[in-house]
Design a protein around this ligand. Structure first.
Ligand code: GTP
Ligand code: MG
Length: 600
């Protein structure tokens, strides 16, 4: 049997997981010397590259001495936290990274809690020790406190600590040691991560933790083999989570090495491989011996906490920029998303209306962004949190929120959050005049808060949050404090009219932009909506006023990205998403309709 170690790399967003995996690939000699690869090579899809974040967990394998090490890189953003829990069940040990300055952040807590509960053995990596602001000792203390707070066992509490600058390929076991390479990380993995249990001679039991899709071979289930041996072409039984048994055959067996996948003929207990050939495979299914099919424990899949409605675009500019615009097309695309994305759910709620549920705004934005790149056009409604009844009590999701703000602004932010029903939990000085403040807050109250927070802190504040739990519903919370500037007519915007409107608030569009009646062109500086005319030219006069037009100076408009716009809109507003544009509009386009419906 080959010697195997299975690890996951977990941490708060941006603490350096993918960079560390790069280093592990590099320093184990897994990249051939001629092989071209990008920085953070595991972040392979377009949106991951553009945004510099990991969206999907991905696995790779390296060789170190006589061991094979399977590594799963996980996403750090809270919206993808559901993936982490599934991945943790597949491995025997974890590398928990923590930024040597930022220290324990909301998602650090989230992943450490899950990891400890599943009884995994951690290796703590204090990363980015090269940062001038790094305080590795403080961060080590924070980690000890966190483990103690979360009832780690003595064995888990006794974790090895490695100090690293992953980006520079540096690691060491003691801050006072000279800089070394990743050898100490490899050694810790071999020595401190338990060997996989299970026996190649037993009946086959493998569990699927991630799905993938390939145009040639169809659905692929990436799985950990817990027992037995599997060969290409084997007949198997798929034990589904609902108890159903489905016969199948492994048409292809796929192994991992570095950034490559290759066909293999056999794999055995302890390893992580991919199976093709089972069209009905789902996350959590057990691939078992047809003569003795025994299902493994079902997998807990995190429930969605947020929904939006995707609908057919019915704006006056509909169908001009996208190729796929019909209800059928939209439905097909959303349904195919759900085939591999287990963290999301889809319900048809009306003609051309689809309720999409997920873990957060980023997750929903990523789906929408992918769709617009594939030439889809649609509208999205304001995100709503999922309210559910637990033991007869109406409950809503709560989040753990951590903000870092300049000291002199903390008062403003605390007051603002108070109005949003946040409960302050702690406040600590962070050095360089910053304060770290922790809150517990209804997820509902965070929708739209980010924009406000950035304005309040002049872009200097940092906020992070992750899901805590469902708690009793807290009643109404403050929402957007500004109204909308709404266009009263269709046409193309003119500098002269925008110049006059910009005193009323903040514009979202520039000159020569196509608008329609009911489209939102900016944010009013007051709380009410205001109807404006952005296409009115200057009255003609016979006198040529030399240079008057050049004198029109427009303040740069606020570019509303998909995320920002999604956070900004209210219940009576929609986002119009096309391959070329993101427009914000009122649901009811004319003022009459709006009046009539507000009276109802
Ligand atoms: N100064 C410094 N920066 C680092 C180090 N390691 C990683 N970074 C930087 O930190 C940023 C985030 O790195 P990633 O590897 O993408 O972090 P991640 O944890 O994979 O992020 P998510 O997958 O989105 O959660 C990048 O800009 C890296 O270059 C380090 O040791 N020192
Ligand atoms: Mg990453």
């Amino acid at each position: 049997m080959q010697k195997i170690r299975n690890i996951a790399v977990i941490a708060h967003v941006d603490h350096g997981k993918t960079t560390l995996v790069d280093g592990l690939l590099e320093q184990s000699g897994t990249f051939a010397s001629h092989e071209q690869h990008d920085e953070r090579a595991m972040d392979s899809n377009d949106l991951e590259k553009e945004r510099g974040i990991t969206i999907l967990s991905k696995n790779t394998a390296i060789r170190y001495k006589d061991h094979k090490i399977n590594i799963i890189d996980t996403p750090g953003h809270a919206d993808f936290g559901g993936e982490v829990e599934r991945v943790l069940k597949m491995v025997d040990g974890v590398l928990v990274l923590v930024d040597a300055y930022e220290g324990v952040m909301p998602q650090t807590k989230f992943v450490v809690k899950k990891m400890l509960a599943l009884g995994k053995k951690p290796i703590v990596v204090i990363n980015k020790i090269d940062k001038p602001s790094a305080e590795p000792d403080r961060v080590v203390d924070e980690m000890f406190d966190l483990f103690a707070d979360m009832d780690a066992t003595d064995d888990q509490q006794d974790f090895p600590i490695i100090y690293a600058a992953a980006r520079d390929g540096i690691a060491k076991m003691d801050m006072s040691d000279p800089d070394g390479d990743f050898e100490c990380i490899f050694e810790a993995i071999i020595n401190d991560v338990p060997e996989p249990e299970g026996d190649a001679a037993n009946s086959l039991q493998a569990q699927v933790f991630t799905l993938d899709y390939d145009n040639y071979v169809g659905k692929i289930g990436i799985s950990r083999i817990f027992n037995g041996t599997v060969n290409k072409g084997d007949n198997i039984m798929l034990a589904k989570s609902n108890g159903e048994m489905v016969k199948g055959k492994i048409s292809k067996l796929i192994g991992f090495h570095g950034l490559n996948r290759m066909e293999i003929d056999q794999a055995e207990a302890g390893d992580i491989v991919a199976f093709a050939g089972m069209e009905t495979v789902d996350v959590g299914d057990t691939v078992a011996d047809p003569l003795n099919p025994v299902a493994l424990d079902p997998m807990h899949i995190e429930e969605p906490t947020l929904t939006v409605v995707f609908a057919v675009n019915d704006s006056p500019l509909a169908g001009q920029e996208g190729k796929h615009v019909t209800s059928n097309k939209l439905r097909e695309r959303l349904e195919s998303e759900m085939v591999t994305n287990v963290a999301m759910k889809l319900d048809v709620v009306g003609e051309g209306k689809f309720k999409v549920s997920g873990r957060g705004e980023l997750q929903i934005t990523i789906l929408a962004e992918n769709m617009r790149r594939e030439d889809y056009e649609f509208s999205i409604s304001r995100p709503e949190v999922i309210v559910k009844e637990i033991e007869g009590v109406k409950c809503e999701p709560f989040e753990h929120l951590v903000i870092d703000v300049p000291e002199e602004l903390s008062g403003t932010v605390i007051e603002r959050l108070g109005k949003r029903k946040a409960e302050m939990k702690s406040m600590l000085p962070m050095g360089s005049g910053f304060q770290r403040i922790e809150f517990e807050i209804p997820a509902r109250a965070l929708i739209g808060f980010r924009g406000q927070f950035l304005t309040d802190t002049k872009g200097e504040g940092i906020m992070n949050h992750s899901f805590l739990e469902f708690r009793p519903f807290t009643g109404s919370v403050e929402s957007r404090s500004y109204g909308a500037l709404i266009s009263m007519t269709p046409g193309s915007t003119l500098a002269f009219s925008l110049f006059n409107i910009q005193d009323r608030g903040t514009l979202f569009i520039g000159v020569q932009t196509e608008v329609y009646e009911g489209m939102i062109v900016g944010e009013h500086s007051r709380s009410n909506d205001l109807v404006v005319n952005p296409i009115k030219g200057k009255a003609q006069s016979n006198v040529r006023s030399s240079g008057a037009d050049e004198a029109i100076k427009l303040v740069p408009f606020r570019n509303m990205s998909l995320e920002r716009a999604l956070e900004w809109i209210e219940d009576d507003e929609l986002l119009e998403v096309t391959p070329k544009s993101i427009r914000i509009r009122k649901k009811f386009l004319t003022e009459n309709e709006r009046k009539r419906n507000s009276r109802k």
